[in-house]
Structure formats: structure tokens, C-alpha cells
Design a protein around this ligand. Structure first.
Ligand code: ADP
Ligand code: MG
Length: 253
């Protein structure tokens, strides 16, 4: 099952910095969206807002039609409210820097949330955790600690840890940027397969332009806290219309 996302006039400020400058966005359930653009343009901030790690200064975010930061009665909701926790439960995120617990094994990292957020018994969580580590090709590394894993393997744990919660929306923030070049392809392949299954809505911030072109339905080009181009990915990469997007693509390809 996948969920739709709607942003209406979303702004994010940090002090005097105006980081997200009025986003209006409709993402239907099941779509795979690539998010590209220069560093500092607000891409991670958008994902953090969607993950409820941060809240908008203005505007609304709806997941499957349910506003994120107000309860059913239209009253403001806090980060630890049942409503916001339920919304967060639909969303998984994978980070550039893995963010694994160093003192837990691969399996330990993956079963943490099923046990302590969903309340599964350890045996059930481990069964599920093995299944998901197997899916990302790490069935033989269950007991390895993060320090014993390559970057690519750590990122596989990061992906399994998000998937095990069966999210309806998956957010990927430059998940290959910290990897050695020869480890990038395997991670892109996992995302490609997840996208092809159409079981989740996927937002992928990436600098891998070929991947974005070939594996996403739609591309959003960010610049200065705004989406300055929003197009089907084949059209965007073959014929970018915004001058800033053209310039960016010429510089990175
Ligand atoms: P991107 O992911 O596109 O590189 P970010 O969303 O990380 O961009 O950041 C956009 C801008 O917001 C940057 O100028 C960054 O320095 C700033 N920024 C992000 N988070 C904060 C914060 N917590 N406090 C102050 N400035 C921030
Ligand atoms: Mg970023």
C-alpha cells in the first residue's frame, strides 16, 4: 500500500533564513519522484519536513488527505501526539550517513523499531528482520556490527531498517553519496526494484542523473527553496526548460 502526499504553500524558515519558499506539490500514491538540484536548495529540508523531523513555518502537508500537524478536530498536534506518530509510521527514511546504531548488529539495528515502536516480541521481530536483510542481500551479515561492514553494506542495513516497518512512503536522501563508486550500483539497483514494485510512494534526492532519468516517473528540480521545474523524468532530462536546470545538467553530466 502506498500513500499520496500534498503540500500547500509550505514555507520553512530558520531565523532569518528562508529555506523553503512556498511549495505546492501533489504526489499521487505509488509515484517515484527524483529530487535534484544544487546543494543548499532545500532538498533535505523537504524530506525532513515529510519525515516529521521538522515542521513547516507555514502551510500544510497532507498524507493521504490527513493534515500532518493537526489532529482530527483541526487542533494543533505535537510531535509525540498519537496522530503525528501514526503519520510518521507510514513513512520511512534512509540517510546519506546511514545513522546506524554502532553498538547493535545489523539484525539489532533492523529489529529496533519493530520491537520498541510496534511492540513486536523479539522472536517475531528477528524473523521479520532476517527476511528484510535477506531482501537487500545481507542474509549472511546478520551478526556483523556497522564497523565491520562496508559503506554499501551499511546502507543496505539502512534500507532494510526502513522497509521492515512497511512504510507507504520511502524517502531517500543522497543514499549513495557517501559510498565508494563501485558500491553505488548495488544500492541504485535496490531502489530501482522497489520502485518497479509500485508498493510505495518514493522520493529520491540524488545526484545520480542517469538513475533519476531511467528509474523515476517524475523529476523535481530545486533551486533556492523552490521547485523551478516539475516534469516527467524523460522530458526533464531530454529537454530541461528552466535555464537553471539546463545549466545544472550541463555542469553535472
Ligand atoms: P540541500 O539538501 O538541497 O543541500 P538543505 O535542505 O540541507 O539543502 O539546506 C538548505 C539551506 O538551509 C542551506 O542553506 C542550509 O544551510 C540551511 N539549513 C538547513 N537546516 C538548517 C538549520 N537547522 N538551521 C539553519 N539553516 C539550515
Ligand atoms: Mg541535502
Amino acid at each position: 500500500m502506498s500513500a499520496s502526499i500534498r503540500l500547500t504553500n509550505v514555507h520553512k524558515r530558520h531565523g532569518d533564513l528562508h529555506i523553503i519558499r512556498g511549495l505546492d506539490l501533489d504526489i499521487p500514491a505509488g509515484q517515484t519522484v527524483a529530487i535534484v538540484g544544487p546543494s543548499g536548495s532545500g532538498k533535505s529540508t523537504l524530506l525532513r519536513l515529510l519525515m516529521t523531523l521538522d515542521r513547516p513555518s507555514e502551510g500544510t502537508i497532507e498524507i493521504d488527505g490527513a493534515p500532518m500537524w493537526t489532529d482530527g478536530q483541526g487542533q494543533p498536534a505535537t510531535a509525540d501526539s498519537a496522530h503525528v506518530r501514526a503519520v510518521r509510521g507510514k513513512i520511512g527514511m534512509v540517510f546519506q550517513q546511514f545513522n546506524l546504531f554502532p553498538h547493535l548488529t545489523a539484525l539489532g539495528n533492523v529489529i529496533e523499531a519493530p520491537m520498541y515502536v510496534q511492540g513486536l516480541a523479539r522472536a517475531d521481530a528477528e524473523k521479520l528482520g532476517r527476511e528484510y536483510l535477506d531482501k537487500v542481500g545481507l542474509g549472511d551479515k546478520l551478526d556483523a556490527y556497522p564497523a565491520q561492514l562496508s559503506g554499501g553494506q551499511k546502507q543496505r542495513v539502512g534500507i532494510a531498517r526502513a522497509l521492515v516497518m512497511r512504510p507507504e512512503i520511502m524517502l531517500f536522501d543522497e543514499v549513495t553519496s557517501a559510498l565508494d563508486p563501485e558500491l553505488v550500483g548495488g544500492i541504485l539497483q535496490i531502489m530501482r526494484e522497489l520502485s518497479a514494485q509500485r508498493t510505495m510512494t518514493m522520493l529520491i534526492v540524488t545526484h545520480q542523473m542517469k538513475f533519476a532519468e531511467q528509474s523515476s516517473d517524475r523529476t523535481l528540480f530545486f533551486d533556492g527553496g523552490r521547485v523551478v521545474e516539475d516534469a516527467p523524468s524523460d522530458r526533464f532530462f531530454s529537454n530541461p526548460r528552466h535555464p537553471r536546470a539546463r545549466q545544472f545538467l550541463q555542469a553535472v553530466i
